[in-house]
Design a protein around this ligand. Structure first.
Ligand code: SF4
Length: 232
């Protein structure tokens, strides 16, 4: 007998071992997320995918689907919680969209547009972190890192390397590069790494490709993220 969960009153089938996010994706139901990628183990750090399962808050990316579980996803309360998280992410980093090469292909911006967020609600931190332009092919702007950990996990699991790590806790957490100098050029990083392509925002950027796709013709300029997902 097929098992199912209910997401916002829609019956969604699942198989044992699937997470709520996997079952929702298979049924073309969008649960917003930033630190999740289907090729990698979930980490549940961004909390954007927080839903309610049987009236309790859980992360959709790492919570197994349970038979007849009743899930709220698109409620006013959950959307407001996500908006608050998005607004905090925007002011914590240097996410000045018109000045960012990822504008139109950035998932943070795309989810903000999906929820019709127009202006920041909190005071900007204006971080003054370093920019690492030492590598011939890639640049890292640490001011735009949202600490999702995707590059860390991709480097380990998909590239069999350990180029990136997250160091510290809470407000002191930061992305670091695994090399003696701390610079990308001295690490094992290569332009063909999966970790080079997985950043959901404009923190890890290829050089020599600025504005290759004109603004206005990029993936999320064309369609909302619930339609195209995060496959870029
Ligand atoms: Fe995530 Fe990008 Fe920061 Fe890596 S550099 S942790 S992929 S935001």
């Amino acid at each position: 007998m097929t098992q199912h969960i209910i997401i916002d009153k829609i019956k969604v089938p699942f198989v044992n071992g699937q997470t709520i996010m996997q079952a929702a994706n298979a049924a073309n139901i969008y649960i917003p997320h930033l630190c999740h990628n289907p090729k990698l183990e979930p980490r549940s750090s961004c909390k954007i995918c927080t839903i309610k399962l049987n009236n309790r808050y859980v992360s959709a990316c790492d919570t197994p689907a349970v038979s007849k579980g009743v899930i709220e996803n698109n409620t006013e309360e959950l959307i407001n919680n996500r908006l608050r998280l998005l607004q905090m992410l925007f002011v914590e980093g240097n996410h000045i969209c018109p000045a960012c090469e990822r504008s139109g292909s950035c998932q943070l911006q795309a989810i903000a547009y999906y929820y019709k967020m127009l202006a920041p609600q909190f005071t900007h931190f204006y971080p003054k972190n370093k920019v690492d332009a030492s590598h011939p092919d890639f640049i890292i702007d640490f001011n735009r890192c949202i600490l999702c950990g995707l590059c860390v996990r991709a480097s380990i699991k998909l590239d069999q390397k350990h180029v990136f790590a997250l160091s510290g806790r809470g407000q002191n957490m930061q992305l670091i590069v695994n090399s003696k100098s701390g610079k990308l050029s001295d690490s094992d990083f290569s332009k063909d790494d999966q970790a080079a392509k997985i950043c959901p925002v404009g923190a890890i950027l290829p050089k020599h490709k600025g504005y290759e796709v004109p603004v206005g013709q990029r993936i999320y300029d064309q369609k909302l993220i619930d339609i195209v997902g995060d496959d870029q």
